[in-house]
Design a protein around this ligand. Structure first.
Ligand SMILES: O=P(O)(O)OC[C@H]1O[C@H](OP(=O)(O)OP(=O)(O)O)[C@H](O)[C@@H]1O
Ligand SMILES: [Mg+2]
Length: 165
């Protein structure tokens, strides 16, 4: 069956990232706010930039998890560890979405003390996140604005084989 696509525009991403920030404000070291944000590259970078601005947070760390290699499909590899975040206690980890949970499992293993948040969550990965905004079905592929661009589509009349006026 063809996958369902959920297209997210820049406007929608900004709105959803701010909705996530609303859920996170007032959380973190006993309400004083998080020590810092760990962005999971690359998809978490833009959400982290938006949430950092809304939470007035200026300490940003990153972690790079590569979940496939040419040789071994699906073996997650940590290309850059989030050294500044220690065990994650008092830190907020951000990603764009959780799908199977593979990435989240690896990052939670490194940062067990962190609050883990994503903008979008699919059912399989949902148990791994502490906060998220929108659930999408497992068979939906989210198209992010950084992966897409508006393009020309022919008028229906031309694609339906009918002659135009
Ligand atoms: O729950 P999972 O099945 O692990 O899928 C979710 C992860 O997949 C995507 O990243 P990807 O690995 O494509 O790398 P990128 O963020 O650098 O594009 C997305 O940004 C999440 O990090
Ligand atoms: Mg990613």
């Amino acid at each position: 069956m063809a996958p369902r696509y959920y297209t997210v525009t820049w406007d929608q991403l900004h709105r959803d990232a701010k909705a996530l920030a609303w859920r996170l404000v007032g959380k973190g070291p006993e309400n004083g706010g998080f020590k810092g944000i760990v962005a999971i590259t690359r998809g978490g970078l833009i959400p982290a930039a938006i949430v950092a601005r809304e939470l007035d947070c200026r300490l940003i760390e990153s972690v790079s998890v590569i979940t496939y290699d040419e040789e071994k499909k699906g073996e997650p590899r940590v290309a850059k560890a989030p050294d500044a975040a220690g065990d994650g206690t008092g830190w907020l980890v951000l990603d764009d979405l959780v799908d199977t949970g593979t990435t989240a499992k690896v990052v939670r293993g490194m940062l067990p003390g962190a609050h883990f948040a994503t903008i979008y969550a699919k059912p399989a990965g949902r148990p791994l996140v502490d906060s998220f905004v929108t659930e999408v079905s497992q068979d939906t592929w989210i198209l992010f604005p950084w992966d897409t661009e508006p393009q020309f589509v022919a008028p229906i009349a031309r694609t339906a084989g009918a002659g135009g006026a």
